[in-house]
Unconditional design. Structure first.
Length: 265
């Protein structure tokens, strides 16, 4: 297991999401362009709130709706959102002229806990008033922009990052394992490198995998399909995980495996 105390904010990460929504049509109306700063918010002891600046970078008037949710993850890394009263934000609707900047204040009503709390605030473009009052004739395709900003509330005590790879096995011809966040704050996976060895100790194969956030106390499950040759030669391996807050490596010998469904490659 690897761990270390986190004394400053992790490197800023872009986490914007662009969504398309509308009616099928032969033509498309481009989305307005806006930016946010910062692209993630961290509240530490003594911080009750923070602000997010929103800039209308387009040449048209922009209307935005602001929403917020508690944020957890599935083991595959997918975002899971749930309604919450712990997160507050104002205003909930914004109207920005071209080039205008406005600020959204974000805060939490719940006390800090033993582990980091995680939320997401979304800024989503709304249809223009002109399009609502005077709908275009015929079908239209409208693309609207949506940006999600993570909000992290640090734990009451010291923030500690720690993690490990665990639960390694080959099932149905696929290498499976978990990257577990055993600390009390999040980290973001930059790279997972698998280095497998044969029973003789010779290198069998290596592979690099990508990742994303792993929130405090949660795990990211990986499934790596293997060819017959790779599955047959694998006897032991190391898993080296690089994150934005440090790195850790775990070794596994005598890997249990079922190669029956491995691909003939």
């Amino acid at each position: 297991m690897w761990s270390r105390s986190l004394s400053r904010r992790a490197r800023t990460r872009a986490v914007s999401l662009i969504a398309a929504c509308a009616l099928l049509a032969p033509g498309a109306a481009a989305a307005a362009t806006f930016s946010v700063d910062p692209i993630s918010v961290t509240l530490v002891k003594g911080d009750s709130s923070a602000t997010i600046a929103v800039v209308n970078q387009s040449g048209a008037k922009l209307r935005l709706q602001v929403t917020g949710f508690a944020w957890t993850q599935s083991t595959s890394g997918e975002i899971k959102l749930a309604p919450t009263d712990d997160l507050v934000f104002f205003p909930q609707l914004l109207s920005l002229d071209p080039g205008e900047t406005k600020r959204i204040r974000v805060g939490v009503t719940s006390a800090q806990g033993a582990a980091e709390k995680t939320f997401r605030v979304f800024m989503e473009e709304l249809p223009s008033l002109a399009s609502v009052l005077t709908p275009a004739s015929g079908p239209q395709l409208t693309i609207r922009m949506k940006i999600g900003v993570p909000v992290f509330v640090r734990p009451l005590g010291p923030a500690t990052v720690s993690g490990e790879a665990r639960n390694v096995a080959v099932r149905g011809g696929s290498l499976q394992f978990d990257i577990a966040n055993t600390g009390n704050v999040h980290f973001s996976i930059q790279d997972v490198r698998i280095a497998a060895k044969a029973a003789s100790g010779a290198a069998a194969f290596s592979q690099d995998l990508s990742g994303w956030y792993v929130l405090a106390g949660e795990t990211r499950h990986y499934v790596v399909p293997l060819s017959k040759d790779r599955c047959g030669s694998l006897a032991s391996l190391t898993i080296a995980t690089k994150t934005d807050a440090g790195s850790f490596k775990n070794a596994f010998s005598n890997v249990q495996k079922d190669c029956s469904a491995a691909a003939h490659r």
